[in-house]
Ligand binder design. Structure first.
Ligand code: HEM
Length: 442
């Protein structure tokens, strides 16, 4: 009898224990489910930090539950990462990578000694253009020499590293810089996911949304800069340094990059769309010339800046309006070489790609800033109508021909012009701020 009582008691305990274990299991499952729904599976970095931290995992997880703003930023980053459905360019292989051999301004370039010093440095050893940029903008060479001496080196190392696995990175960065600088100046406003005003940001305008890449690359570089020198190097300077590296990695000489840009607090999609600050591939030459003139560039300089289309490429949705029924003519664009037209149709109308938006390189050397882009224009082999118009329009034809005939001239002229573009309407102290993260104001 006593045995029976003990056995019954044991059984009762066992049932109670399993109920408790089950209920704990349910709870754990629910928590993980919640977390899983919020967490971005593409962000292992955060999980790595969790395991390195001594705070017990559960407490840490609870603590890290993102607030509304963080959730929005995470989702935006996910969008940035997700939109590219066509990672592999379709018409050419990518060549081998050039190596970074030196960092910062060339030897002998005079630099400022203090980050607060006025712009009195001797710039006689650098080209006139650079001197003009420095005088006109208040930017300086070696701005971070005291406050973050390795800043330029960190960006150079990061870009070289990124380029190893993502040869399209330089093209992403150059376009990002254009889209930042032409809209309210080079103040990293293109990187903001939101601003305190709650209005639609530049990033959300049709021309930037989805097809603009590179914001995530700047995030990665900025993270490294923050580790070395918290809240010291602005996002606007990070873009400028990264753009300088983009030119070097694609074969141009290294130019000194003046710095001291501050980050803007405003980002409005209306400044992109309503003010027509970014060129569109369907624009007329008049519109193009007007915009570049407004930004301070001559027709010749516009042709050379457009030579940035020697790297990277475009998506088929931008190209297909030229491939059939161009401007309701019932025919393709007559300014397309027939063999090239067929090649493009093969890529963009490939039935296997119906639900995708394939990516096509601008030329056969998509990671090299060479003059092949111009030689292709002469042969009617441009992806964009606006690019082809540079050769068909009598106002700009001679400049295209000059670049097509002289590769060294293009290599010599693009860098300084990019440097000028990267210094448009910059903010300097005390305006703006130095953001902690590039996606939101402080
Ligand atoms: C009339 C002038 C311009 C127009 C209409 C234009 C338009 C475009 C378009 C539609 C794309 C393809 C986007 C895509 O499908 O992913 C593109 C790509 C690109 N643009 Fe422009 N652009 C112009 C001028 C410039 C200038 C001045 C620069 C640089 C200084 C530049 C740099 C780039 C780069 C590097 C890419 C390749 C991006 C990549 O592969 O990720 N563009 N541009």
């Amino acid at each position: 009898m006593a045995r029976l009582v003990i056995a019954t008691l044991l059984l009762f305990h066992l049932i109670l224990l399993s109920c408790f274990v089950y209920s704990q299991g349910q709870l754990d499952y629910t928590e993980q489910g919640d977390e899983g729904a919020l967490a971005d599976p593409k962000e292992p970095r955060e999980e790595q930090q969790d395991t390195n931290n001594e705070v017990p995992e559960k407490t840490e997880k609870k603590k890290k539950k993102p607030n509304k703003k963080e959730k929005k930023q995470k989702q935006q980053k996910k969008n940035d990462d997700d939109v590219d459905v066509d990672e592999e360019p379709r018409n050419k292989l990518v060549p081998d990578l050039p190596a970074v051999t030196s960092y910062g301004p060339p030897a002998g370039t005079p630099v400022a000694t203090s980050s607060n010093a006025p712009t009195t440095q001797d710039t006689s050893a650098v080209p006139d253009l650079l001197q003009n940029v420095i005088v006109l903008t208040g930017l300086r060479l070696g701005f971070y020499n005291q406050s973050c001496p390795r800043a330029e080196e960190i960006v150079a190392e990061s870009m070289a590293q990124i380029f190893q696995t993502n040869p399209r990175a330089p093209a992403n960065i150059l376009r990002l810089q254009l889209h930042d600088c032409f809209v309210g100046g080079c103040d990293a406003s293109i990187l903001l996911d939101s601003t305190p005003s709650g209005e639609n940001v530049e990033k959300s305008s049709a021309i930037n949304f989805i097809l603009l890449k590179g914001a995530d690359l700047i995030d990665d570089i900025k993270l490294k800069l923050e580790e070395a020198c918290p809240q010291t190097v602005s996002c606007a300077d990070t873009i400028a340094f990264a753009a300088r590296e983009a030119l070097v990695l694609t074969g141009l000489p290294r130019l000194p990059q003046p710095s001291g840009r501050r980050d803007g607090l405003v980002s409005l999609s209306a400044n992109v769309d309503a003010l027509k600050n970014l060129p569109e591939p369907v624009w007329t030459m008049d519109q193009e010339i007007e915009l570049f003139k407004r930004k301070g560039f001559t027709e010749e300089e516009m042709v050379i800046l457009n030579g940035a289309h020697s790297i990277g490429g475009a998506h088929c949705n931008v190209i297909t309006p030229r491939l059939e029924n161009y401007k309701n003519s019932g025919n393709p664009d007559p300014d397309l070489d027939p063999a090239f037209l067929e090649q493009l149709k093969g890529i963009c109308f490939d039935p296997k790609e119906v639900n995708r938006n394939p990516f096509v390189n601008f030329d056969e050397t998509p990671t090299k800033l060479d003059n092949l882009f111009y030689r292709n224009l002469v042969e009617k082999k441009a992806l964009l109508q606006t690019d082809q118009a540079l050769f068909t329009d009598p106002r700009t034809r001679q400049f295209v021909q000059a670049m097509a005939d002289n590769p060294d001239e293009f290599a010599k002229r693009l860098g300084p012009l990019m440097l000028r573009m990267g210094s448009l309407e910059v903010l300097t102290e005390p305006a703006g701020e130095v953001r902690k993260t590039c996606r939101s104001t402080n």
